[in-house]
Design a protein around this ligand. Structure first.
Ligand code: SAH
Ligand code: SF4
Ligand code: F3S
Length: 464
């Protein structure tokens, strides 16, 4: 049977029952995008979405394992819903990155027997079959494929937002940073056919989407695998990330294009030029630093030095007017000394990132860094985190002030949570802006807003 037949069988089996599902997503935007596809499939089978666990007949967890706290949250939630399962026989399905780890899979099989379905990141498309087995055959499904499957196109998708859409352009990661588990759980880099990507975005434009985020663990490695996981064979002139970016920008109706995440090592001049030439590309670029010290960067296997990162940041800022950078930083990598950590602070002072996602190093079993004996103590890791945060908070304060009096293009996302009479949206650099409606512009429009006040966590302004 094909997956579509399983969809039909489940649909027949559950029709008129008014069954509901809830999906809880952990981790990055790639997981969010997978969850949209999972939702697309289960809705095709006849389930409707609910946000309340107690009302759900099917609970789906899409897991992350990049840091320890993501795991703790899953096990907490699983414990909570055990009773619910006993009372209403809720079907529980767990998928995502954590299920690609043998030790976690074993833990679920052994200690969480009441889980019905386990699926991996390579096999979300078999969920209809898994559900069929549980519902029609009364079996449990706990097998996870451990291979880099070919790319599956054409899954139904239920998007979370009406104006902004994410489009995964490549799966997996080949970089093997020594702290990171992603290459082990997501497999090798697999680029999608550019024509499939562009068709998807053309459709989105027709449906009224204005903003597209291109997703991948290293978007600027796009096409470096020569599309060997695509079937049929790819024949396209679009064979670099820069060319894809230009092609996406030429699609009518799409007004803003973002991407996440590029790797500094692959940030070649053609990408900088494509951004410079295409005004639709957001001027907020995410450029993960991880550490500001060359020795630590080498041990992390990042492929650049402190000086090279600074040079790249400078080149980007001088090559692209009004550019803002955001970044990811890990504190307390094994063996990181006080002086080495200070290099990170030094880069933060020099680059003045607009946004910093800060992480305390978390040991991931199976990675090279986890095997090191010179782990940094929890106390020092937390102290360094606080120092970095303090430096960053001061910079944000200064940056916010510099927005006052400027005019920003803002996509109106909806009403403000704190004051329903006002609209909210974000600047291109991701700062939240709250402003009064003017009676003309509506949700989903892009409007010009003059920034008038800094409220620390957000800015306010007026439509001009
Ligand atoms: N591919 C992307 C991001 C992957 S995960 C990139 O290279 O930028 C998102 C972030 O989680 C990473 O950038 C890193 O800062 C952080 N991270 C990954 N593994 C981690 C670990 N073991 N401990 C703490 N932070 C980690
Ligand atoms: Fe992890 Fe490095 Fe790959 Fe990013 S580039 S996903 S940090 S291994
Ligand atoms: Fe987490 Fe997997 Fe993303 S480990 S960060 S959900 S790729």
């Amino acid at each position: 049977m094909e997956q579509i037949d399983f969809v039909k069988s489940v649909k027949d089996e559950i029709k008129d029952k008014n069954l509901k599902y809830v999906i809880l997503t952990f981790g990055c935007q790639l997981n969010e995008n997978d969850s949209e596809k999972i939702s697309g499939m289960v809705e095709e089978m006849g389930y409707t979405k609910t946000e309340t666990f107690e009302k759900a007949d099917l609970v789906i967890f899409n897991t992350c394992c990049v840091r320890e706290n993501a795991e703790e949250r899953l096990f907490g939630k699983l414990g909570e819903i055990k009773k619910m399962k006993e009372e209403r026989n809720t079907i529980i399905a767990i998928g995502g990155c954590m299920m690609q780890e043998q030790s976690m899979l074993d833990k679920i099989k052994k200690s969480y027997r009441y889980v019905d379905i386990v699926f991996g990141t390579h096999t979300i498309q078999t969920l209809p079959e898994d559900l069929y087995k549980v519902i029609v055959k009364n079996e449990k499904v706990k097998e996870v494929w451990d291979i880099d499957g070919e790319i599956i196109e054409g899954l139904p998708i239920k998007r979370n937002d009406k104006y902004r859409a994410s489009v995964t352009i490549m799966y997996g990661c080949n970089k093997f940073c020594s702290y990171c588990i992603v290459p082990y759980v997501r497999g090798r880099e697999r680029s999608r056919n550019p024509e499939d990507i562009l068709n998807e975005i053309r459709e989105l434009a027709k449906e009224g989407y204005k903003e597209i985020t291109l997703l991948g663990q290293n978007v600027n490695s796009y096409a470096k695998d020569h599309f060997k996981y695509c079937k049929p064979e790819v024949k396209s002139e679009i064979d670099t990330f820069a060319k894809l970016l230009r092609a996406v920008c030429s699609i009518e109706g799409i007004e803003k294009v973002k991407f996440m995440s590029p790797h500094p090592r692959d940030f070649t001049d053609d990408v900088i030029e494509a951004i410079r030439d295409c005004p639709k590309v957001s001027r907020m670029i995410h450029m993960p630093l991880q550490s500001g010290n060359s020795k630590v960067l080498k041990e992390m296997n990042r492929g650049y030095t402190k000086e090279q990162f600074l040079e790249l940041a400078e080149k980007m800022k001088s090559g692209i007017p009004n550019l803002h950078l955001s970044t990811d930083i890990i504190v307390g990598f094994p063996g990181e000394t006080e002086e080495e950590f200070e290099d990170t602070l030094d880069v933060v002072r020099k680059v003045e990132f607009e946004q910093i996602f800060m992480f305390i190093y978390s040991m991931r079993e199976g990675t090279r860094a986890a095997a090191r004996e010179d782990q940094v103590s929890e106390e020092i890791k937390h102290q360094r985190f606080d120092r970095l945060k303090e430096l960053y908070d001061g910079q944000v304060e200064k940056q916010n002030e510099s927005y006052i009096g400027t005019i920003q293009d803002i996509l109106i996302e909806g009403s403000s949570k704190n004051d329903e009479t006002k609209y909210t949206g974000r600047t291109d650099s991701n700062k939240v802006v709250v402003f009064e409606p003017n009676g003309k512009e509506k949700i989903g429009d892009i409007t010009k807003v003059k920034i008038t006040e800094n409220h620390k966590w957000f800015l306010s302004g007026e439509i001009i």
